[in-house]
Design a protein. Structure first.
Length: 157
């Protein structure tokens, strides 16, 4: 029974050593400061935008590692958020973008996540978008006045 215990402990130790082994040359994703918050989260804040307006944003990043970075997949938390990402390897020192399009047809606050899977040591990475979609202000059409001395409307009446 003792040899089995020794084998089990040795096996457990080898798994622990392999889990701690890191590649110093591994690719690394570093996002531009414009989307990194004080606590290190990656967030694009749309602020207040109008319904049916342009809902695109970009997450710009650099491969700060020493090996090519490959984004294997980028997934959003719902169908209203569509990410587009580079499919080719990103060489060390090169900048790229993940373009995200949020569908702004529904008014209200939104918080969505974009999960980025890659060959970087820290993978997956979760980026977020947030904001509030406002209803467009209705424009009033000037009404025709029937008072004496009123200025004619645009249609001449």
């Amino acid at each position: 029974m003792k040899p089995i215990t020794v084998l089990f402990v040795a096996l457990l130790f080898s798994f622990n050593v392999m889990a701690q082994d890191s590649n110093a040359n591994a690719p690394e994703i570093t996002f531009d400061e414009s989307v990194v918050t004080d606590n290190g989260s990656i967030v694009y804040n749309y602020g207040k935008i109008y319904r049916n307006s342009d809902g695109t944003c970009q997450f710009t990043f650099t491969n700060t590692g020493k090996e090519p970075l490959v984004l294997s997949k980028v997934r959003s938390s719902c169908g209203c958020t569509v990410p587009e990402w580079p499919r080719k390897p990103i060489l060390p020192g090169k900048k790229e973008t993940i373009d995200v399009e949020y569908d702004t047809k529904k008014p209200g606050r939104f918080h969505k996540t974009i999960t980025i899977y890659s060959n970087a040591e820290k993978s997956p990475i979760v980026a977020r978008i947030k904001g509030k979609v406002l209803k467009k202000e209705e424009r009033s059409i000037p009404e025709k006045s029937n008072e004496k001395g009123a200025t004619p409307s645009a249609d001449g009446n």
